[in-house]
Design a protein around this ligand. Structure first.
Ligand SMILES: Nc1ncnc2c1ncn2[C@@H]1O[C@H](COP(=O)(O)OP(=O)(O)OP(=O)(O)O)[C@@H](O)[C@H]1O
Ligand SMILES: [Mg+2]
Length: 325
């Protein structure tokens, strides 16, 4: 199987993700895949929640926090500003409390709670998740390519449904805390029943969104997850371990892409022993990769002479991944 065949045979897999340890080539392959699909005439969004603005680097455009930015016809890129989303959450919660209890000022205790909740990692994750859900359920694109952060975070993201449950618990908790203010608030509140319904409705809406998006992420028909690795001992071991973990989360793993392979044709040239040794070592590990992930390796991408930035270089990577335009 090749990447090209996999894409041709599974046109319904519109959610594409590249996973792997830090710095192996996830962003590079996300951009290259987006580029290739766009050239094939599909409307593509490649997006990231990485505050390090790596899509900005590879496309040589400042796109952080700017919504979807057109890179070329059919190709859009977006970098999500999670902190901005968290600030919006906080303000939403404040507004709800003001409306619901007819308060002008948020009581200090509750404000402290809102601040504390925003500092929690679960809150940031859920803010990111919420953005991702917004993007994914919008349905504006033929393909969505999610440029993931390194493996550990990706795993965390994929277990998000449970994190989101915690967030719901927090809202529920907040409601309970506010019961303390009930005596005061009752006087100001006009219609208790309908307010209660509103909150419940909101929680149900959130639940619905979780279910919708987590079912997309684990749906083998709609989602394709690719692992990036390099021919190095530790990376191979880590990848094997991670693949096992991903299986636990029901992530639809489609195959592996080996990056940074020193071009074999170099060996017929007059090259220094240093490079020859490195190439021999790589051959050993490439064989190992073929043994361990037999039949699931979809592409080998060469080590290029420099970092991948700008569309001409991205096109070279796309050719290595998909074999021509
Ligand atoms: N085949 C290659 N040849 C040359 N340089 C490469 C190749 N693949 C990736 N790079 C370079 O390696 C660096 C890391 O790649 P990339 O940013 O895609 O990794 P990543 O997995 O997204 O990293 P992170 O985990 O930090 O998000 C980049 O500077 C990229 O240009
Ligand atoms: Mg990256």
């Amino acid at each position: 199987m090749s990447m090209r065949e996999i894409f041709a045979q599974n046109p319904d897999r519109r959610y594409i993700m590249f996973g792997g340890k830090g710095g192996l080539g996830k962003t590079t392959f996300s951009a290259a895949t987006a580029y290739w699909l766009a050239k094939q005439g599909h409307k593509v969004l490649v997006f990231s929640v990485d505050p390090q603005a790596s899509l900005s680097d590879i496309f040589k455009r400042d796109i952080f926090g700017k919504g979807p930015v057109m890179i070329m016809p059919n190709l859009y890129a977006q970098e999500i500003d999670a902190d901005q989303r968290i600030r919006e959450y906080q303000e939403e919660i404040r507004q709800k409390i003001r409306d619901m209890y007819g308060m002008d000022e948020i009581p200090e205790e509750i404000e402290n709670y809102i601040q504390a909740a925003a500092a929690e990692p679960a809150m940031e994750e859920s803010a990111i998740f919420d953005e991702v859900v917004d993007i994914v359920v919008s349905g504006d694109y033929d393909y969505y390519i999610y440029d993931l952060v390194p493996l550990g975070h990706a795993l965390y993201y994929l277990s998000m449904a449970s994190v989101y449950d915690q967030w719901i618990d927090k809202i529920t908790g907040l409601r309970e805390e506010m019961a303390e203010y009930d005596q005061v608030a009752k006087v100001m509140r006009r219609d208790q029943e309908s307010e209660e319904d509103k909150i419940l409705e909101e929680l149900q809406y959130i639940k619905h969104r979780i279910n919708a998006s987590s079912s997309i992420l684990t749906d083998k028909k709609k989602t394709a997850f690719y692992f990036v690795l390099t021919p190095e001992e530790m990376i191979i071991l880590d990848t094997k371990k991670a693949a096992g973990l991903f299986a636990k989360f029901d992530v639809p793993l489609c195959g592996y892409i080996v990056n940074r392979v020193i071009p074999a044709e170099l060996s017929s040239q007059n090259i220094p022993p240093y490079l020859r040794n490195r190439m021999e070592m790589q051959t050993t590990y490439l064989n190992k990769i073929n043994q361990i992930f037999s039949g699931e390796v979809l592409a080998h991408v060469p080590e290029f002479e420099r970092d991948i930035t700008g569309l001409p270089m991205i096109e070279e990577v796309a050719k290595a991944l998909f074999g021509g335009m």
